[in-house]
Write a protein that binds this ligand. Sequence first.
Ligand code: SAM
Ligand code: SF4
Length: 430
Amino acid sequence: MTTRYYLWTVGCQMNRADSEKLAAGFDRLGLKATDRIERADVVVLNTCSVRQHAEDRAYSKLGRIRDLKKERPHLKVALMGCMVGLKTDELERRFPQVDAFARPQQFGPIMELVEGPAEDLGGEFWPTTYAVPEGPTSFVPVVHGCNKFCTYCIVPYRRGREKSRPMDEIVREVAYLTAHGVREVTLLGQTVEAYGHDLDDQPDLGDLMRELSSLERLERIRFLTSYPRDMTGRILEAIAALPKVMECFSLPVQAASDAVLESMRRGYTKAEYVAKVAEVRALMPAAGITTDIIVGYPGETGADFQETRELLEALRFDKVHVAAYSPRPGTIAWRKMEDDVPADVKSERLHRVEEIEGRISQEINERYVGTTQQILVEGVRGTQPFGRTRTGKLVHLDVPARIGSLVDVRIEHAGPFSLRGTPVDALVTV
Ligand code: SAM
Ligand code: SF4
């Protein structure tokens, strides 16, 4: 009888990449995916702990699984991702319905649970297993973990220290992906510019991008997430000089007041952050830049928040991911600081940021109308093909286009979240 697996994933692109890899490992063993948990023999929850809300979603799944397991005792359950730390005894006590626990990028315990062969238990980075691409874009983790220990953040405790994958291993993986239809890769790291500093010959992200650029079938290279202090002038110059690297930055600032930045231990001042954005724009004037903001961090005053608003107005980001501060057990902020900004104030600040970002995104997007942009066609929603510009803007096309093709598109309409346009070729022939 076929063994069916249900794989549930929340959180960042790293988790998505891990799940795709795990699915490839399962498929190789002959397991079949199902999107109905009640039909599964194996359930894997790939979890996120960055905010309480994400954990709550996993708790609710775990409740459902506890009931399911009463009816189906043979069900095998694994909990994976950032909810799993070094020690699992507390989790084992709370969730007896779980049979295996695996930290991010730790595939071994899950492969053991499904009785995979001993020589295929994952291992560090599991270089023998590549995700099966589902379209022309793919995520490729290049550096795992984080050393920065921002006071509010759980990531270093759950993902461990920064650890780069060897360059030749990444090049092999991307070559495999391009041989299977991938045209664009997104290089992933919690602080992606930290890539390479722990490797013997200390290559940097620019060196890796240069190597990958030589792969003929690869058309575009993206990278996430940037950490201002790791983003050196050398890396920026490589990004600007390499035609396959997209002018698309995710550069979280988190807050603008120097007092809050220092308390967060972000490692830069507002002026240094502003200078970094200026450096990017001097080299790549059209660059798309998105950011992350936390509102209601402990001690954030109205005046501190005003600085955040002013920064958003001054730097005009393409998109702002905003979250209310959520205390994470075990972090420095959780241990040492009182969560003293009331929920209604957090929510009010969150909405203020959303208002600013909605207006500015719309204004920026309108400037695209009438321009021609290169789009990689990623897929079709309903009958409409869609893809992204080199600056990361989502574009819907008016006419059919081949998935995986690079097309020049004339932008005709702009909304706050996406653009719409027609391929130039179609305009000529109409
Ligand atoms: N490494 C990136 C950086 O340096 O900003 C971001 C990685 S973090 C996992 C993703 C985002 O989650 C952060 O940029 C931050 O805005 C948000 N985040 C992290 N911890 C949070 C917390 N305790 N409460 C609210 N948001 C949080
Ligand atoms: Fe978390 Fe800071 Fe590391 Fe980003 S840099 S993952 S916010 S500790």
